[in-house]
Design a protein around this ligand. Structure first.
Ligand SMILES: [Zn+2]
Length: 322
């Protein structure tokens, strides 16, 4: 197992800081084809080890990791690809905390109150090598957690989200049974593999208590603020424009009102930072670009409006002459 710690300290669940006595482990998969851990897991500027973590994870340029307020969900860990393409696990909540992963129970209390949880990042669900690698990682992580908390790796100790729903302790989701059986694995196989792996000794991954303090109102330095604002703006810059503005955006490029800001995400295409802010200098440049565009039209409009008056004046002059 290749385990790193990157706590999602800005997630509302983390900030709630509730503790549980773990009774089991619930396995999820993300339901979206993106195997990269960086999609979900990013440190915050100012976090201990920020640079090293960013190097391991790679940068999520879209500002949509789960390390922010408003996600409405949080798990204790993610399994997926590190920046170098290798498979890894990122611990994102202290194991003994209450995660937000199971939703509401139907006939029993939610597994949020009892189960440690992790998400396996889904790819296109066609790649056997990827599946086998993340499956193995999940087995080892679950075995480590069962050892740490003295958990029974049979049902309902170790279950997936869909089993949790069937047991009345989770919302209605299909994970992971829409995926594992494609490669011949059931949750019974998984539990058996975990039980088998518990014969091996796993080094527990504990987060030092001083690292997990919840300090939601901790003041930040101006350096941290600048770094956060930079992250925020670069996130905005890469968001695609809204549907409603598609026609106007195309037109503004066509007439030269807006110019690209460069290739921000190295995808070989010019980016326009549609959702980002315009500065006063950019506004000035855009207004000045308008002048040559609108001048001929304005001139024509003025001429058309003045035509009757000019004709009248000419008529009077002619009459006067006559
Ligand atoms: Zn789930």
């Amino acid at each position: 197992m290749n385990l790193i710690t990157c706590l999602l300290k800005r997630n509302d669940c983390y900030r709630a800081g509730q503790r549980i006595t773990p009774k089991g482990v619930m396995i999820h998969s993300t339901g979206a084809p993106n195997p990269m851990l960086r999609r979900y897991v990013q440190p915050m500027p100012g976090d201990q080890g920020y640079d090293q973590l960013m190097e391991r994870l790679g940068r999520n340029p879209n500002g949509n990791s789960w390390n922010r307020s408003g996600v409405g969900a949080c798990v204790h860990g993610f399994i997926g690809k590190l920046a170098d393409g290798s498979i890894g696990t990122a611990q994102t909540l202290p194991w003994g905390w209450r995660g937000w992963h199971a939703g509401n129970g139907t006939t029993r209390p939610s597994a949020n109150n009892t189960h440690i949880s992790f998400e396996i990042c889904e790819d296109g669900l066609e790649d056997r090598d990827y599946f086998e690698a993340v499956y193995r990682e999940a087995v080892e992580l679950t075995a480590m957690l069962c050892q740490m908390y003295d958990l029974d790796p049979t049902e309902p100790g170790v279950i997936c989200h869909s089993e949790g729903h069937a047991l009345g302790m989770a919302s209605g989701h299909a994970d992971v049974m829409h995926w594992f059986p494609r490669f011949g694995k059931t949750m019974d196989d998984f539990r058996a593999d975990v039980a088998e792996d518990m014969h091996n000794e796993h080094t527990p991954n504990e987060v030092p208590e001083e690292d997990i303090d919840v300090k939601p109102d901790l003041p930040i330095t101006s350096e941290q603020f600048s770094a956060l604002m930079g992250e925020y703006l670069s996130g905005l810059s890469l968001q695609p424009g809204s549907d409603w503005s598609a026609e106007d955006r195309a037109k503004s490029i066509e007439i030269g009102l807006i110019k690209g800001v460069g290739d921000l995400n190295d995808d070989g295409e010019m980016d326009f930072a549609w959702r980002s802010w315009a500065t006063r200098e950019e506004t000035t440049a855009m207004l000045l670009r308008l002048v040559p565009i609108i001048t001929p039209e304005v001139a024509e409009a003025v001429a058309t409006a003045l035509q009757p008056a000019i004709e009248e004046m000419v008529q009077k002059l002619m009459e006067g002459k006559a």
